[in-house]
Write a protein of this length. Structure first.
Length: 160
């Protein structure tokens, strides 16, 4: 998953349980959900409380005493102009679908939550990039997903 913090973009990849690649540097850390938006993190002997709130592509995190405002950058949102133009959304990272809030034929508004994917004990909401109608939906609750295939396609409303 890619995050933008200020003017810098950072690439974070989960390599295995407790091992992450952050901008090419291997980091050993564990994160466990301890409640709504709360996580217990550990990096070696250092333990830290983490609070996370997500609104669309914006992630606000407090890690110990430090606060971060991040923007999630994924292929459907910024890296794939074809997918974005067609209104297709893909999983931001491998995970399990925990919620599907729409059905084929539903009208959606920009920013509306469509699907929630849980990955690394974090919920990642896929939101409508624009107003439109759900043209296709290829997942259900419990499905395992990976980045690449479109999970949902939004037919964009024509300009009035």
């Amino acid at each position: 998953m890619k995050f933008k913090h200020g003017s810098q973009t950072h690439n974070v990849v989960r390599k295995s349980e407790g091992v992450f690649d952050v901008d090419g540097v291997s980091v050993q850390a564990t994160v466990a959900r301890s409640g709504d938006g709360r996580f217990d993190g550990r990096n070696g002997d250092r333990a830290v409380e983490i609070f996370v709130m997500r609104a669309g592509d914006q992630v606000f995190a407090q890690v110990g005493a430090r606060s971060y405002a991040l923007t999630v950058v994924n292929r459907a949102g910024a890296g794939s102009s074809v997918a974005a133009a067609q209104g297709g959304l893909e999983a931001p990272m491998p995970g399990r679908v925990t919620r599907v809030a729409v059905a084929v034929g539903d009208t959606v508004k920009r920013g509306q939550e469509l699907i929630v994917v849980e990955a690394m004990k974090m919920e990642n909401a896929l939101v409508a990039p624009t107003d439109g109608t759900v043209k296709s939906l290829s997942v259900k609750v419990g499905d395992m997903v990976t980045p690449g295939p479109e999970l949902i396609v939004i037919e964009i409303e024509p300009a009035k």
